[in-house]
Each structure stands twice: as C-alpha cells, then as structure tokens.
Design a binder for this molecule. Sequence first.
Ligand SMILES: [Zn+2]
Ligand SMILES: [Zn+2]
Length: 260
Amino acid sequence: MELFLGAISTISPLTLLPGNCSLCLQPIQPQNHCLCNLCISELPWLKTQCQRCATPLNHNKLCPDCQQNPPPYRRCIAAFEYQKGAIDKLILDIKTNPHSPEATQLSNLLSDVISLAYQDSAMPTIMIPVPLHWRKLLMRGFNQSTNIASSLSRKFNNTVILDNTCLRRASSSPQHLKSRSERLRGMRNAFRMRNNIDYEPDTKANRTNNPIRGKSVAIVDDVVTSGATAGSLASTLIKAGAKHVDIWCIARTGWHIMSD
Ligand SMILES: [Zn+2]
Ligand SMILES: [Zn+2]
C-alpha cells in the first residue's frame, strides 16, 4: 500500500485526471490548459498584419488607415484573427463564464506573442483592462478583460494591473448598430479618468497622485474590432500623462468584418 501511495504522489493531478480539449474533446497535453496541441496549431494565428493596428493584411506594412490617420496608440499586439469558428466559440466562453479555462489558455498563448514582440524593447509596466460601463458590469458580473489581464500578470512579473483607474461613460445607443465612422465619432469621449486627473492642472500633487504619468501602459481587451474603443481609451490615457500606450488583445478583426 505504501509503495502504491508513493508511486501516486509522484504523478501530477493532470496525469491522473487528464482534461479534455474544449474543441475536439481529445485528452490534452499536461502543459496545456484546455486545448490540445493540434487544436492550438489550427487556431487562426495572426500572421502578416499592419505593423501599427494589427489588422490582418497580406503584408507586414502599414494599413491605409494607419498611413493616413495614425491611431493614438503605439502598436497593437494580437494573437489571432477573429473569425467564425473555433476562436469565436472560445471568446464567447470568455465573455460568458467568469471562471472560463479558455481565458487562461488564450491569455497564455497571447503572452508568448507579447514576449516575442518585446524581445528588443521594454515591456509596458502597467496593464489597464478596457473598463465596462458599470451597468454592463453589474449585468455580466465580471469583466473579461480583467480576467485576461490577471492571467497575463502571472506571466509578466514587472507589469501590474490598474483596474478602476479609468471609467466608461454610458453609450447613447448600441455600438453594433452604428457605421464604423459613427462608431469612431461616438467613442471619442467614451472614457474618463477617475477623479478627472486628465483635466486637473499639472501640479505636484496631481503628478504624485497620477499612477500612469510617464508610464508605458498596455490596454488589455478580448477582441479589437474597429479600434474605436481602444483608440478612445488610448487617447484618454495619453491625455492623462501616459508616456505611450500599446494594446494587447486576444483577437483582431479583419477588414471584411468591419462595417462601414
Ligand atoms: Zn483539440
Ligand atoms: Zn493599421
């Protein structure tokens, strides 16, 4: 019996009770969270893309939008191209289940992409999950972007999460009903810093109380669609004193999904 128990204690719980892949239901490898290696390799990994906004392109240059009107953020880093199918299903799980293992799995995959992107430059030291309006947060009960940021913070020891620093104003009408240009206009003042620190004079007290002044900040989101939301938040953060702002997201939509 002792010998038997001794043998068991050397086996990890994952080996004893292997989980199954969320997509194909096959057993997953111990190092994975809820997807098998084959399903991970078949996800729509973002390959060639705009070097600023990460819109999927057939080359690694700037998209026409970024050439004509560069966005306020420095760069967007995304792991996947958002499309119908596996990634769509996994992201729906992230939005509906506060304890979704998919959030950890996709965040871990995103963390590898982020690490690679900053191999020659300093990584932002602050993460700000895109805030939900308080009414939406109350209805949903959690913010999926905060969950993604929490998983990323376990990988990045020098990057902290600043939640509740920025607030989202109420939207006048549903975003999905608007054209892209209307969306961009409507999102212009969608966020404000708590205590209005972006509107305060540049006094010593305000500099001391401002946690993002002079800092490199990463906005964390699940999906970046038109870039209007992330762009508006980036503008607010830069106005409030952030040195520069990057965007980290699980998936980025292509031109074909954007309405105009
Ligand atoms: Zn699988
Ligand atoms: Zn672009």
